[in-house]
Design a binder for this molecule. Structure first.
Ligand code: PGA
Length: 254
């Protein structure tokens, strides 16, 4: 059983203007200097920057993704963006079910699943986020919550080449807190075993399971060394190329 090639994706959230291109450019320079060896690297800027970033990065190995999509192809959904539109702008992936979408927009797992389906319909990789709140962890419900989100959000056509799972404990996002390495390992192992229950061995072992939540250059090496952690989904530390490269280069140094 070969380990999947890791992926480090930067989720810029609602940050970034056209002038932020300079960070993408510095990232590309760092990658060209060898810091991105042995790892797939992706930037998920706000939708307004996807076309600019994907055309500017077309001769690099950096992938571009969206942060959310609507489940339908088109129609009367003011303010929403179809997966096909992201693909048309040059994206190759989209994050779905981020905890900020689940919390701020009341997105339940059935909605997340339909968004993941839409991503696949458009030829995009779906990065499906799951993770417990602080209260759920304190109650001892972490694995139960993660299982329910995974089962509810994973589309039937999930495969290793079109789906990535991101485990992001809600209480670790943007807080500087991270679970212990044992706790990260426990949840990732659990997700892998749930994938094995749902999919054949090749697909279940090939789907990348990212860890997300306060990943920084200083803690990336130990987090990425945990079994079944196949990369990271990075928020704050992806906004500055130097910090992001500090995380990505963990794999180049392996
Ligand atoms: P953070 O965000 O790295 O700033 O904690 C991670 C995320 O929300 O994807």
């Amino acid at each position: 059983m070969t380990q999947p090639r890791p992926l480090v994706a930067g989720n810029w959230k609602m940050n970034g203007l056209r002038a932020s291109w300079k960070e993408a450019e510095s990232l590309a320079e760092g990658m060209a200097a060898g810091k991105g060896a042995n790892v797939d690297v992706m930037l998920c800027p706000p939708a307004t920057l996807i076309a600019q970033f994907s055309s500017g990065l077309k001769d690099t190995d950096i992938l571009v993704g969206g942060q959310d999509c609507h489940s339908e192809l088109s129609g009367a959904h003011t303010g929403d963006i179809a997966a096909e539109m992201l693909a048309d702008a040059g994206a190759s992936a989209v994050i779905v079910g981020h905890s900020e979408r689940r919390a701020d927009h009341g997105e339940a797992s059935d909605v997340v699943r339909s968004k993941a389906h839409a991503a696949h319909r458009a030829g995009l990789m779906a990065i499906i986020c799951v993770g417990e709140t602080e209260a759920e962890r304190k109650r001892g419900d972490t694995l139960k919550v993660v299982s329910a989100q995974l089962s509810g959000s994973l589309p039937d056509d999930a495969r290793a080449d079109n789906t990535v799972i991101a485990y992001e404990p809600v209480w670790a996002i943007g807080t500087g807190l991270t679970p212990t390495l044992d706790d990260v390992g426990e949840v990732h192992r659990h997700i892998r075993s749930e994938l094995r229950d749902k999919l054949d061995e090749e697909q279940a072992s090939g789907i990348r399971i990212l860890y997300g939540g306060s990943v920084k250059p200083g803690n990336a090496a130990e987090l990425m060394a945990v079994t079944d952690v196949d990369g990271a989904l990075v928020g704050g530390a992806s906004l500055k190329a130097d910090d992001f490269l500090g995380i990505i280069s963990v794999y180049a140094e392996k």
